[in-house]
Design a protein around this ligand. Structure first.
Ligand code: NDP
Ligand code: 2IT
Length: 449
């Protein structure tokens, strides 16, 4: 179920389908942006003349490479590595690396495409890129992960640089993996170039608040959307899918703001704990011991684990999808709205299908799409780059205030743009248009490149 595109945009979309066959997630991400751009093309015919959209849909550079590594038994494995350097109009390519068995070019391109507009919305000088591998870190030893990361970086390093391309984490890539990759980059290049990766450890160039930033930022965004509606998180029952980096710090900030998270999940099942999730336990299980969320019930007998459960069936007022793409379909969205959900903040990238997005927009709930709501992670990466460039490190309080200011700013810019284009409160339209225009104007200024 999709909206009608005007004739020119439909032509561009058909061309994207033809040129990128089988990359269904990339098609979905492109379509969603194009559906917002009709009125922009009327106001700015120069974008059409200069084929700005066609150029934005074609990555500046795509790198695909072999990643051979050996497991602890000496067996050889081959994975595929990717880095899509999508758009550098606003700054060096910036975006995370995802290690997950489902990774293929279509996933990396959808993420890289969204990253262009997200990074533009942050107001920071960063272009869009994304990378990763079909490597599955689950069940691997530390040494295996290290050998994989070293092999991955042995090819990738030549494409990176603090002024060229600056990766960070995403699914399956956190502080441990960034450490191994940074070590290998430093060894090969003989340069202590802190600004080449973000999400680094605190004692070797990382920034305070970067681990918390995506979850905190998504919560700040929804907090602001609630404030506009003269509402707050106080006393709200919330669902947070996933139990990784983004989920954990979303739960933390919601609890700080007076909300109650009653459920989280992983790819195997759902934990429901009516009296409120025990975040310290989740951190211990996931961040320290790297266990599965099912083990939560060993410590809380009143919590329930539902294998293969659907978290969106639990009644809530606020839902924060923080796991993966297309985790909320049209049916889930209808159920959420029917059960009284008034706000959805996307910590994950593209977690809602087009059918689901339509349900949220029609219901006029406070719906913060990923490229706006989860921009706090990459924004804080840009703050890390800023600290690296000045060889400085800021306090937690100072950095968190900056993050909050950036998220409120993104909210307000998206809201103002949605009003300007006649759909007040439609953050999808606001984010797509606001993010796009800044990139488009820079591309016009730079000439045909
Ligand atoms: P993590 O690897 O820390 O956690 C991912 C979580 O999502 C895990 O609980 C995982 O469960 C679950 N998950 C992953 N893939 C699937 C799947 N195919 N089906 C069901 N559950 C799945 O990653 P992050 O928390 O960093 O990332 C979560 C989301 O947030 C992603 O969409 C990412 O792109 C997005 N994001 C991340 C940012 C960051 O700074 N890290 C910034 C902006 C967005 P399991 O362990 O079972 O796989
Ligand atoms: O999707 C994202 O914005 C991220 N995974 C974070 C990217 C970054 O460079 O911090």
């Amino acid at each position: 179920m999709t909206m009608q595109l005007d004739e020119k945009l439909e032509g561009i979309y058909q061309d994207v389908l033809k040129r990128n066959q089988g990359e269904v997630e990339f098609h979905q991400a492109v379509r969603e942006v194009l559906e917002s751009l009709g009125p922009v093309m009327v106001k700015h015919p120069e974008y059409m003349e200069r084929k700005i959209i066609e150029r934005i849909c074609e990555p500046e550079r795509q790198i695909i490479f072999r990643v051979p590594w050996q497991d602890d038994k000496g067996r050889v494995h081959i994975n595929r590595g990717f880095r899509v350097e999508f758009n550098s109009a606003l700054g060096p390519y910036k975006g995370g690396l995802r290690f997950h068995p489902s990774v293929y070019l279509g996933i990396i391109k959808f993420l890289g495409f969204e990253q262009i507009f997200k990074n533009s919305l942050t107001g920071m000088p960063i272009g869009g890129g994304k990378g990763g591998s079909d490597f599955d870190p689950k069940g691997k030893s530390d040494d295996e992960v290290m050998r994989f990361c070293q092999s991955f970086m042995t090819e990738l390093y030549r494409h990176l640089g603090e002024h060229t391309d600056v990766p960070a984490g995403d699914i399956g890539v956190g502080g441990r993996e960034i450490g191994y990759m940074f070590g290998q980059y430093k060894r090969i290049t003989n340069r202590y170039e802190a600004g080449v990766l973000t999400g680094k450890g605190l004692n070797w160039g990382g920034s305070l608040v970067r681990p918390e930033a995506t979850g905190y930022g998504a919560t700040f965004f929804i907090n602001e959307a609630l404030r506009v509606r003269k509402d707050t998180f106080e006393g709200k029952t919330c669902l947070v899918s996933g139990s990784g980096n983004v989920a954990i710090y979303t739960i933390e900030k919601i609890h700080q703001l007076g909300g109650k998270c009653v459920a989280c999940s992983d790819s195997n099942g759902v934990i429901f704990h009516e009296s409120g999730l025990d975040l310290n336990l989740i951190k211990q299980l996931k961040e320290v011991e790297r266990r599965r969320i099912q083990d939560y019930t060993q410590y809380h007998k009143d919590a329930k684990y539902v294998a293969n459960g659907n978290i969106w069936e639990i009644p809530c007022q606020v839902a924060m999808p923080s796991a993966t793409q297309n985790e909320i379909n049209g049916k889930d969205a209808k159920l959420l709205v029917k059960n009284g959900c008034i706000a959805v903040g996307e910590g994950a990238n593209m977690p809602t299908t087009p059918e689901g997005v339509k349900v949220f927009l029609d219901a006029k709930i406070a719906y913060g799409p990923g490229k706006a709501a989860n921009a706090g992670g990459v924004a804080t990466s840009a703050l890390e780059m800023q600290q690296n460039a000045s060889r400085d490190s800021w306090t937690f309080e100072f950095t968190e205030k900056k993050l909050e200011g950036i998220m409120v700013g993104i909210h307000n810019n998206c809201y103002a743009t949605s009003e300007e284009y006649g759909a007040p409160g439609n953050y999808v339209l606001g984010a797509n248009i606001c993010g796009f225009i800044k990139v488009a104007d820079a591309m016009v200024a730079h000439g045909l490149i």
